[in-house]
Design a protein around this ligand. Structure first.
Ligand SMILES: N[C@@H](CCC(=O)N[C@@H](CS)C(=O)NCC(=O)O)C(=O)O
Length: 251
């Protein structure tokens, strides 16, 4: 493990979907990093709306990375692409223009489509402070349903992964949103009418570091009947951090 002053910092928490995508890529590539716990939406110390954090990311959102020379970058998908460019990880972000474009295509599509999984189904239980109105939740669920059908009948109909037959950062970005809903995790969505998505969800569990990145969800478990208590959320976070710590210590 390199000197901690040299190691890239990742600001966030394991409950955040785009933070999990960045953590997944870093663990998959055995790239050391330090997770700096940053509470989304909080103005307090270690909060994403604290003035010190806003200097790193004026939008006040996690994930955000900071390198040893002070370079900072936010937006999960921008971070995924940057890390692949910086380290030459062309296995998960191919450099052939059309292959790369297919990955980018999904990464752009994701926002306002699959990302609505969190707003419609997970954030209302985990981020009760957001008090998301029922109308917005319903709209988000409708958008998600239609986006899942699009994946099922399009992207995943003839290929194993979203951008072809090999896993890419598009799959990691998608799975952290879609996978969180399935049985074994929060269990808040019925995937039975999207068989290609179901098959892809299963395939994604075999991708290196899947289990370690998703400890926070397996520890939290099913929230379909009752919103989890604060203690359960805290406990799931603790378990996730402990697994992450031992993974990073082994690098
Ligand atoms: N488009 C951003 C969205 C990030 C985002 O929504 N992060 C949430 C946590 S999952 C957050 O930081 N929310 C705090 C806030 O909006 O105040 C990305 O993909 O990185």
């Amino acid at each position: 493990m390199p000197d901690s002053a040299e190691v890239m910092r990742l600001y966030g928490v394991p409950f955040s979907q785009p933070v999990r995508a960045v953590m997944w890529l870093l663990l998959f590539k055995r790239q050391p990093f330090e997770l700096i716990l940053t509470n989304p939406g909080s103005k307090g110390d270690n909060g994403s709306r604290h003035p010190d954090f806003l200097k790193k990311n004026p939008a006040g959102t996690i994930p955000c990375i900071e390198e040893a020379d002070g370079f900072t970058l936010a937006e999960g998908h921008a971070i995924l692409c940057y890390l692949c460019n910086r380290h030459g990880w062309t296995d998960v972000y191919p450099d052939a223009p059309r292959e790369r474009a297919r990955v980018d295509w999904y990464l752009h599509y994701h926002h306002r489509n699959l990302r609505d999984a969190s707003i419609g189904l997970v954030a209302p239980s985990i981020r009760k402070d957001l008090d998301i109105p029922e109308l917005i939740r319903n709209n988000a669920r409708a958008t998600l349903g239609s986006a899942l059908r699009t994946l099922d009948e399009g992207w995943l109909k003839d290929s194993r992964f979203l951008a072809g037959d090999a896993v890419t950062i598009a799959d990691m970005a998608a799975y952290v949103e879609i996978g969180q809903l399935k049985p074994g995790f929060t269990n808040v969505w019925d995937f039975s009418d999207t068989p290609n998505v179901q098959r892809w969800l299963e395939d994604m569990t075999t991708v290196d570091s899947h289990d370690d990145v998703h400890v926070v969800l397996s520890a939290l478990g099913d929230i379909s009947q009752e919103a989890p208590a604060m203690d359960a959320i805290r406990d799931a976070n603790k378990q996730a951090l402990s697994v992450l710590k031992s993974r990073l210590a082994a690098f």
